[in-house]
Design a protein around this ligand. Structure first.
Ligand SMILES: N=CN[C@@H](CCC(=O)O)C(=O)O
Ligand SMILES: [Zn+2]
Length: 430
């Protein structure tokens, strides 16, 4: 028997359609294709119709005439807006513990990199993650996923990078895979063995680079545990040359490059992303003019993380210059234990408006279709178009601007994942 879910009379359906086969750039980022008083019809896990109310009613009636034993569940969405399920293209989901003790260190003047170089930061989380079992990682990360979906996020990318040994990196990636199989949020995995140089290699960072290339990458590829390879390319972490070696090796194993680029200093990360044809370069607080120009030309998506800039008390990335120069911009929480402990992508969307001067329409593009491009999923998710996955979020808002106008509140009313209602009235059902 066929089963339809029909969301009717939404005050707006924000489809974010029309990107063709590339991310939205420049003025396209403002073109979010809103249908006033619209409806969306889902059949099992697919979108089968989207349009104005009258057309949606006619479509469903004709369907019911044809399929007399079909089940149609109607969801009244008056006063609400419907968006594609939000996509978070940069998280460090799987780790153990937390680092609240670092907040006061930073308030007293210690920098993020100084804390890392003293064995704290990423290395502190590495110690905790190494000590945790795969099952413990799954349990801690599942709670984070539950919060993600309550904020309307239906797909995330998740990186390894708190193991920094073969076994512990594999443990993180296997945990992500099991979570993907058991939780409604879809997880796309990235191998990030080059997140920091572990203490045991402090004196010989190049040996660690070799270890990542020769010992970690083949195993990750062999178990098909990741689609992307990422590197923290930063002064005091991995040099441009080391990053290039790792990402080129990743490519040889079929992993698509991503880069943590120009976060703390202008370091050539954006330029390297363009040179390697990376799918995204992320952070970019200190990206150079030339780096921005090269990214636009090479079609590298800029994944911007304004929550991290705020948390590190730094100026945010130059989103306006990027958009004006033709770079496709996406947004992310950067969920991690040390520089962005939040699952609230809607808060990040607020921050993108208020700290980077992105408009509400650009922010929606950046959190849906462009984010989907940043993780190679744009054919399936990121917009409300027939044939795409039935991943939707309904916000208790009369129009899309209302989302950015309100600040730090969760307006999610309903989340539909693969055609199933998983959040209703803001409450998690699964
Ligand atoms: N900058 C490097 N990595 C993470 C932070 C990881 C951590 O501090 O634990 C980031 O993207 O912000
Ligand atoms: Zn990160």
């Amino acid at each position: 028997m066929k089963r339809l879910l029909y969301i009717r009379r939404a005050s707006q359906v924000v489809t974010v359609a029309g990107s063709g086969n590339k991310p939205k750039t420049g003025s396209e980022m403002s073109d979010i294709r809103v249908i006033e008083h619209g409806g969306v019809v889902l059949e099992n896990d697919r979108i089968v119709f989207v349009g104005a109310h009258g057309d949606a009613e006619a479509w469903v009636r004709s369907f019911e005439d044809r399929e007399t034993d079909a089940q149609v569940q109607r969801i009244e969405a008056e006063g609400k807006i419907v968006l594609p399920g939000l996509v978070d293209p940069h998280t460090h989901l799987v780790f153990a513990g937390s680092r609240e003790h670092e907040l006061e260190m930073r308030l007293n003047g210690a920098t993020y990199i100084e804390i890392l170089q003293q064995g704290g930061g990423i290395l502190y989380s590495t110690t905790q993650t190494r000590a945790a079992s795969e099952q413990q990682l799954i349990e801690q990360s599942r709670r984070r996923l539950d919060r993600f979906i309550q904020y309307g996020v239906t797909t995330i990318e998740a990186k390894s990078g708190y193991g920094l040994t073969v076994e512990d990196e594999l443990k993180q990636l296997r945990a992500a895979r099991k979570l993907n199989d058991s939780h409604p949020v879809d997880i796309v995995s990235t191998f990030m063995g080059a997140h920091a140089v572990p203490s045991e290699y402090k004196a010989n960072p190049d040996d660690y680079v070799r270890y990542v290339i020769e010992d970690m990458l083949p195993k990750v590829a062999d178990e098909q545990l990741a689609e992307f390879c990422d590197v923290f390319c930063e002064q005091g972490v991995f040099t441009v040359e080391q990053s290039e070696r790792i990402l080129e090796a990743g490519k040889r194993w079929g992993l698509i490059p991503k880069i943590h680029a120009d976060e703390i200093v202008s370091f050539g990360g954006a330029e390297l992303a363009a040179k390697l044809g990376a799918i995204s370069a992320d952070h970019l607080l200190k990206a150079s003019d030339e780096g921005i120009r090269m990214m636009a030309q090479a079609g590298v998506v800029a994944v911007l993380l304004p929550g991290t800039a705020l948390y590190l008390m730094e100026s945010p990335a130059r989103a306006r210059e990027m958009i004006e120069n033709g770079v496709a911009v996406a947004l992310s929480t950067d969920r991690n234990p040390g520089s962005s402990p939040t699952e609230s992508l809607p808060l990040i969307m607020n921050l993108a408006c208020f700290t980077m001067k992105m408009t509400p329409a650009e922010v929606i593009t950046a959190s849906t279709i462009n984010a989907a491009y940043a993780i190679g999923r744009a054919e399936e998710i990121g917009s409300i178009e027939t044939g795409k996955k039935a991943d939707l979020v309904l916000f208790d808002a009369p129009n899309y601007q209302f989302l950015q106008y309100n600040f730090g509140v969760n307006l999610v009313d309903m989340v539909i994942k693969n055609g199933d209602i998983v959040v209703q009235g803001g409450t998690l059902l699964v």
